[in-house]
Design a protein around this ligand. Structure first.
Ligand SMILES: O=c1[nH]c(=O)c2[nH]c(=O)[nH]c2[nH]1
Length: 307
């Protein structure tokens, strides 16, 4: 919020970015559970004297913020969702310090997954997966909450059931129309939950972890279609919309979703000399590219939502 300071409109925030923490929990049967988080904290607080005078008396040191991440991780005696940890931290800063009016906590979770050895889940062995689970919790003094979660780096590809036809053709258009192409993208999704107060979030353990897995499944199932026949995609735009709509249809407590789906082109390879065709493309040999790439982004929100 802007404030008038010495004749200026003045806005400020301070925090600590990318505090890395890993937390391990052990159950009585010797099974270990672990998470790795990169935590970024931002405080909106009444500490203008630190900017306009030599007075730090209202400053929460960013070093203290870092230590708080480790202390709160220790205090969490049971495995919890990344969303719940973000809320724990944000609630702490907003309620503990009178100067702090709003706390913004962003966390990126690394996708450590339990390994299987000889078909059995390993007690304490993990391997790194690909896509990341993200979250942002914003907590105000009043207890007002904004909670978003997301997926980053969900790379998906299908080798058929994709095309692109009927687009504008002009003197610069070279792209042929097709009903047969590869479709590849790296999905970034961000969705907002409708819980608007820290007092109203579901208390069920790992509630938001299950939601995350549920959203990921809906996004992927919609992208791919049924296992044998798949589903035809007339454009990235259409598929993106269907993925967003399916998420809102399936999860009533999600009020909006933003999707970013670059079109990572796989170009048909045709090679020929003056008198000899070396490679004739027959939906088989492609040149994979990642730049330039198409950029397709959209967001859908329920009409009553606040996002
Ligand atoms: O699905 C697509 N959407 C586009 O907007 C577009 N533009 C393009 O050249 N190829 C594609 N494919």
């Amino acid at each position: 919020m802007a404030k008038e300071v010495n004749g200026f409109n003045f806005e400020q925030r301070h925090g600590k970015e990318r505090v890395r923490v890993a937390r391990v929990w052990k159950d009585k049967d010797g099974r270990h559970f672990m998470v790795e988080w990169s935590v970024s904290i931002g405080l909106l607080s009444d500490c203008v004297p630190a900017y306009v005078q030599d007075d730090n008396s209202d400053i929460v040191a960013t070093d203290t913020m870092k230590n708080t991440v480790y202390a709160k991780a220790k205090e969490c005696s049971e495995l919890l969702s990344v969303e719940d940890f973000a809320i724990v931290l944000a609630k702490h800063f907003t309620s503990f310090y009178s100067q702090v009016t709003t706390t913004i906590v962003k966390i990126v979770e690394k996708p450590w997954e339990r390994v299987h050895v000889d078909g059995q889940p390993h007690n304490h062995g993990f391997k790194l997966g690909s896509e990341k689970h993200t979250t942002e919790a914003i907590v105000k003094k009043s207890g007002a909450l904004q909670l978003t979660s997301g997926i980053e780096g969900l790379s998906v590809l299908k080798t058929t059931k994709s095309g692109f036809e009927g687009f504008i053709r002009d003197k610069y258009t070279a792209l042929p129309e097709t009903r047969e192409r590869m479709l590849a993208t790296e999905v970034t999704a961000l969705w907002r939950y409708s819980y608007d107060s820290v007092h109203r979030i579901p208390q069920k353990p790992l509630y938001f972890t299950e939601k995350y897995l549920g959203v990921k499944k809906v996004l992927m199932d919609t992208f791919f279609g049924p296992p044998k026949e798949g589903v035809y995609s007339p454009s990235v735009q259409r598929t993106l919309y269907q993925m967003g709509k399916a998420t809102l249809d399936r999860f009533p407590d999600i009020s909006s979703i933003q999707l970013n789906m670059p079109n990572l082109h796989f170009l048909p390879v045709n090679l020929s000399t003056k008198d000899n065709q070396i490679v004739k493309f027959d939906n088989d040999v492609y040149l994979p590219t990642d730049e330039p790439h198409g950029s397709i982004q959209a967001s859908l929100s329920r009409i009553w939502s606040k996002m």
